[in-house]
Design a protein around this ligand. Structure first.
Ligand code: FAD
Length: 401
């Protein structure tokens, strides 16, 4: 099952990491994923195993105790993990985004304090932009931070925090109008706060409540929550980068690498769907032969495999572009858009190949069918990706005169 989604030009270390992770996925994740997902149970043992493998610190620089690997290594690791169970990649994703934001934008004190603990998986990150009234339109957020002496007082309600309950550090985006004259563009008066808290639900810190898990159609096991700030006091040195008004930029930078990550998840889920489809098609007989021998089913498999290859190539391209120090918003947007759409299509084809059994909870494809739609929404919907892609294309292809 390794013919598809190969990556040329990897280093020995990258190959070793990926082979270790694939082994872990085959032995520790795939055999238990569907059962845990049906019970909506947090995969504690899997998370402990990933901590031991160093996955939580994969991209954190070595000086802070991480492995100092590239975005490509990270994305390929996520692809492998999502092949096993998408929820597990979700547990790592927000942690990775917060660690990336700290690495890129944190003060030296913030990096020294947070990154070593994040590399070890002792501190686990979540990030929070969305609110009940908005997701795509981030510039419209209403949660607010007001300075009082050496602290900020935060008020507002946040929505859809992946790892909201299990995390102990949340990067929260709030409006802070101080120091910004009236009429400042909305995205220039936002600030990222580094909010430490206890793991769990209820009042996890004075002024901060995580009400409970949102009941979802898929992407179970990983907790997704609201977050309510009611007079939450945060020391001024927990403003990311030590400067207000930079929050929108911080979050967009984080989401950009997050998009490569979501593309990688789409690739992993699609690969698994293909594996399930191609295997079932050779076992199920109709009209005297395996269904794989009917041309209509072979065509389906051909289309599925082509989509798996195309999505993988675009995801790798987007990761390599970022690793080379170049702007990759166009490539990340395209990769996220294509990989999530293709993932949904490949999963649906694998589901159809399973006939009635695809509808049974006994078959893994049933879980994948409920998981794939999340990728169409998270880190920006298809429409938002197309807006980003379209704008960038018009910049690149602007006609003169
Ligand atoms: C399981 C899950 C986990 C999540 N985890 C996180 C997280 O950890 N942190 C976080 O901050 N957020 C998180 N989110 C929120 C997610 O980022 C948003 O749901 C997403 O950005 C879409 O926002 P929305 O749901 O408010 O939809 P809306 O923005 O209300 O959009 C509704 C529809 O309108 C379309 N639309 C909106 N604007 C336009 C436009 N200008 N042109 C054309 N079409 C448009 C959208 O594409 C969509 O189809 C999560 C969401 C889910 C479901």
């Amino acid at each position: 099952m390794t013919r598809l989604a190969q990556t040329e030009g990897l280093t020995d270390i990258q190959r070793e990491i990926l082979s270790t992770v694939r082994d872990f996925v085959d032995k520790e994740i795939i055999p238990v994923a569907t059962e845990l997902e049906h019970r909506d149970e947090y995969p504690t043992k899997i998370v402990e195993g990933l901590k031991e493998l160093g996955v939580f610190g994969l991209m954190i620089p070595e000086e802070y105790g991480g492995l100092g690997e590239s975005l490509l290594s990270y994305a390929l690791t996520v692809e492998e993990i999502a092949r096993g169970w998408m929820s597990v990649s979700g547990i790592i994703n927000t942690h990775f985004i917060v660690a990336y934001m700290l690495k890129q934008h944190g003060t030296q004190e913030q990096k020294d304090y947070f990154l070593p603990k994040m590399a070890a998986g002792e501190i686990r990150g979540a990030f929070s932009m969305s609110e009940p009234a908005l997701g795509s339109d981030v510039s419209a957020i209403s949660s607010k931070g007001v300075r009082e002496g050496d602290e900020y007082v935060l008020n507002g309600q946040k929505m859809w925090l992946t790892n909201g309950g299990t995390s102990t550090l949340v990067a929260v985006l709030c409006r802070t109008d101080e120091g910004h004259p009236e009429g400042t563009a909305p995205h220039k008066s936002m600030t990222t706060f580094l909010v430490e808290k206890e793991a769990g639900f209820g009042e996890v810190r004075p002024g901060l409540t995580i009400p409970g898990k949102i009941d979802k159609m898929g992407y179970k096991g990983v907790d997704t929550t609201e977050l309510i700030m009611d007079g939450l006091r945060i020391p001024a040195d927990r403003v990311l980068g030590g400067e207000t008004g930079r929050g929108f930029y911080h979050m967009m930078d984080g989401v950009e690498v997050g998009r490569v990550n979501v593309a990688a998840r789409g690739c992993g889920v699609a690969q698994r769907a293909f594996e399930l489809g191609v295997s079932y098609a050779q076992q199920r007989h109709t009209f005297g032969k395996p269904i794989a021998q009917h041309q209509a089913i072979q065509f389906k498999l051909a289309e599925m495999a082509t989509k798996v290859e195309a999505a993988h190539a675009m995801m790798v391209n987007a990761a390599r572009k970022k690793d080379s120090g170049q702007r990759n918003d166009l490539e990340a947007g395209m990769a996220k858009y294509l990989a999530s759409e293709y993932c949904k299509e490949v999963v649906e084809d694998a589901f159809r190949i399973h006939g009635g059994y695809g509808f049974s909870k006994e078959y893994e494809i049933e879980r994948l069918y409920r998981e794939a739609p999340m990728l169409l929404i998270g880190e920006g919907t298809a429409e938002i990706q197309k807006m980003i892609i379209g704008r960038r294309l018009l910049e690149e292809y602007r006609i003169q005169g």
